[in-house]
Each structure stands twice: as C-alpha cells, then as structure tokens.
Write a protein that binds this ligand. Structure first.
Ligand SMILES: [Zn+2]
Length: 274
C-alpha cells in the first residue's frame, strides 16, 4: 500500500500546495480521499487520474475538501470509453451534493453529448452515504468509516484502510474524539489535518481564530496518534502554510506528544506502507 499526499494545503490558495486530497494506492486500485483544489493535476503527476479511481471517499462536505468534485466527475466521464460510474462514499448529504454537481454541469453535459457521437451515456456516480463500520471490502482491502467531530459541521467521517497487515487512517478535519481513536488503533500511518494554534492566535483575525474550534492543533493530532499507538503521523492541510525554514517547528510540536515518526506533508509526498 502507498500513500500519496495530492494536496497538503488549506482553503487559502497557495502556489505550492493544492487543496486537501490524499491518494491511497492499493492492490485493488487507487482510493481517493477528498478532492480539493487541483486534485487532478496532482493525480496526473502521481500517474493516476479520474478514470482510474476505485472510489472517492469524502470526509465531509466543506467546500475546500471537494472543490474539484466537478472536475473528477466530468473527467471520469469523458476519459472513459465505456460507462464508468464514480463510486462515492461520504457522510449524509453526499447524495444531494452529487445531484447538485450534476445539475450545475448540465450545459456541459449537453454540449458533449451533442458533439461526440461515441459518447452515448451521461456521467454518473454511485453514492453510498456512510456513518460507521466496514463500507468497502475487496480482496485483502477493507475500508472502515467512523464518525469524527468537526462540529458544527455534521456529520463528518474518518476512514481506515486495511490491506493485509498494513493500515492507513485518513482523519479529515476533526478535533480529538472517540471515533478517531477507534480508527487509529495500532495503525501504521495516520494522515491528519492540523492547524497551528499559536500562529493563528498571533494573527488574531476572528474569522481565522474561529477555525481553532473545530480542527486539531498539531499537539492535538500528536496526542491522538500517541493514544492509538500509531507508527507514522503525517501532518497535512497545514494552516497557516508553513513559512519555508519553519518546518521543524511543526515536527517539534508533534514529537513533544508522540513517540513515533512525524512527517510534514508536501504535495506529492509518497509513503510506502510496508
Ligand atoms: Zn472542514
């Protein structure tokens, strides 16, 4: 199994960091977790693409985590030679978001159907709204969901991917909570979104300070990793984006609370989970 951070950024546009998105490459195909800004550019750099995704898993319906849903939906359609519905798993509300995305694309769908004689079908998705438990199982690969806590955003879910003896958790946006702890038990790699409380408090802008309510700080994520006995903690969705030269500060804030390995994400960071 391999983890590729496609986007390590936050809602704020950044020239070096795409929006939140992680690819988990398994024996049964590429599983995409969230689809923030620039996801298909980064997937192309990783040698993957919309037609190849075995499934799209949404942790929640905040816009920065699905900015490019329309791109994934459309590119899967136009690059597939046969009907290839996009399997989507996400919290309650995901069906409505897919329906609205399709409605928004209606002019484009009409143009392409009229123009391409060999394109005889509409884009489509098979949506499964999930809450808790095993949501996908094929061969040695199993995906499990559990509720997380990103209140007042509700509902939200985290995902655990097991392949044989190896495991990865995609926490999404959450404060420490029982659902995340369940997923993280003895996991090899925990990919966790984080914010820097100290830096955000220094800025002091109310709209920015608000994000502290419902995200984990770096020490929060580290303590969740420590409780779970995680092997490697990957810090991603970095708010604010690290100023070059300050990367070690992020790592030090985590290692103060966690005995395992800490990795600060960059776009296209690739980890072999072996
Ligand atoms: Zn969020």
């Amino acid at each position: 199994m391999q983890v590729v951070i496609l986007g390590s950024g936050s809602p704020l546009p950044d020239p070096a960091r795409a929006g939140p998105s992680t690819l988990v490459r398994t024996a049964v195909g590429d599983l995409l977790f969230d689809c923030g800004r620039g996801v298909l550019m980064r997937a192309a750099a990783a040698g993957s693409g919309a037609g190849a995704f075995r499934g799209l898993y949404l942790t929640h319906l905040h816009s920065d985590h699905l900015t490019d849903l329309n791109d994934v939906f459309t590119m899967r359609w136009v690059t597939s030679l046969v009907p290839n519905p996009l399997p989507v798993f996400g919290p309650s509300g995901t069906t409505a978001v897919l329906q609205a995305t399709e409605a928004m694309l209606e002019p484009d769908i009409g143009y392409r159907l009229a123009h391409h004689d060999d394109l005889q079908w509409r884009p489509s998705a098979t949506v499964t709204e999930v809450d808790r438990g095993v949501i996908f199982e094929e061969g040695a690969v199993r995906v499990t969901a559990a509720p997380t806590d990103h209140a007042p955003v509700r509902p939200t879910v985290g995902f655990r991917i097991d392949e044989g003896e190896r495991s990865v958790v995609i926490a999404g946006d959450t404060v420490p909570c029982a659902g995340l702890d369940e997923l993280c038990r003895a996991v090899d790699v925990l990919v966790h979104t984080v914010v820097r409380r100290d830096l955000i408090e220094q800025v002091g802008l109310p709209r920015l300070t608000d994000v502290l309510d419902y995200h984990s700080s770096v020490p929060d994520a580290a303590r969740s990793a420590q409780r779970g006995g995680v092997r490697t903690l990957v810090l991603t969705h970095l708010v604010p984006a690290p100023v070059p030269g300050t990367e070690q500060e992020w790592i030090d804030q985590a290692t103060a609370h966690f005995n395992g390995e800490v990795v600060l994400a960059a776009d296209l960071l690739t980890l072999d989970v072996i």
